[in-house]
Design a protein around this ligand. Structure first.
Ligand SMILES: C[S@@+](CC[C@H](N)C(=O)[O-])C[C@H]1O[C@@H](n2cnc3c(N)ncnc32)[C@H](O)[C@@H]1O
Length: 293
């Protein structure tokens, strides 16, 4: 009996066979599902149609934010070279990943400028290519920068008000010795507090309860008096888990008693959010409003 080559199913052989005969790989069903979820999540960001950066450059899964080149303070940019209208209110996404959240936000809410900070250079290069291809280059910009090092300088030099800062699905860094790599640190909280305009918003979300609690608690510990929590936080798992923290030292109800927002109040998801929701993972969200003082 003759067996046709395509009938072989030896693990790994499919790849070898495709290379041998230059057969293009079919997208896996998971890839198809993710692409469909992406197209549904950001209908205004149809990246399939854009002729941009298809170099296939490898993107590392993780970059150490303590790596030397990410500790060097960069000069603040000339904002007039970056944004068409540098006095517009600014939205900043810290650890923006691939960047669709900002690109879709700019399409939906064109009255702001959008800045993404990210420590994986290939993602930044591609996101800026996408921004140009979508004709958003004067309104959406991505910078290769460690938020913990550069944010303060960047925001102090920005000519307009800082309207919204987002920290979404940050790297969890579970190991105790790596927790100092987490993005939400006391100095970053101080920077955010100083930068946001009165009424400006800080939005944080994660699908890891411990990470969401740590972000919220860090802001509460270092800037509670500067923020209001918003109506609409629902009682969530943190209420049970944190019952011993439901009263802050000054007798005020602690933020842990507020639970988590059920829905994304911004209305535009991130890449990680789309995947988490597809996988039916819980997402823990906090929205804080900068007080007047
Ligand atoms: C899990 S990804 C989430 C990406 C995106 N926010 C989302 O929700 O899809 C976290 C991102 O934060 C970036 N990152 C980690 N530490 C950072 C830092 N100190 N400054 C800027 N970006 C950072 C990582 O490179 C990674 O792309």
């Amino acid at each position: 009996m003759r067996i046709a080559l395509h009938q072989f199913s030896i693990p790994g052989f499919g790849i070898a066979r495709r290379r041998l005969f230059a057969i293009p790989a079919l997208p896996s069903s998971r890839e198809v599902l993710i692409r469909e979820a992406h197209n549904a999540a950001w209908p205004e960001v149809n990246l399939d149609t854009l002729q941009v950066n298809k170099s296939g450059r490898r993107v590392r899964q993780h970059v150490n934010p303590f790596k030397e080149e990410l500790q060097v303070l960069i000069d603040s940019p000339d904002w007039t070279q970056i944004f068409h209208q540098p006095s517009l209110p600014l939205t900043v996404d810290l650890g923006c990943g691939p960047g669709r959240f900002l690109l879709a936000s700019a399409k939906r809410f064109p009255a702001n400028n959008y800045l993404g900070l990210e420590i994986r250079q290939p993602l930044i290069d591609r996101a800026n290519d996408w921004s140009r291809a979508m004709e958003l280059a004067g309104q959406v910009h991505f910078i290769y920068a460690n938020a913990n090092v550069q944010l303060s300088n960047l925001l102090r030099s920005y000519p307009g008000p800082v309207d919204l800062i987002t920290i979404q699905f940050p790297d969890p860094h579970y190991k105790t010795k790596h927790k100092k790599r987490r993005i939400v640190q006391p100095a970053l909280v101080q920077t955010i507090k100083d930068a946001l305009r009165p009424g400006g918003r800080l939005f944080m979300q994660s699908d890891v309860l411990e990470v969401a609690e740590a972000m919220r608690d860090e802001v509460e510990a270092f800037a509670a008096a500067a923020f209001d929590t918003v109506q609409g936080h629902l009682p969530g798992p943190s209420q049970e888990m944190d019952s011993n923290r439901s009263m802050a030292a000054d007798g005020q109800r602690a933020w842990s008693a507020c639970g988590w927002l059920a829905d994304n109040p911004i209305g535009v998801p991130t890449e990680r959010e789309v995947v988490s929701l597809e996988l039916k993972l819980p997402v823990y969200r906090v929205l804080l409003i900068r007080k007047d003082h």
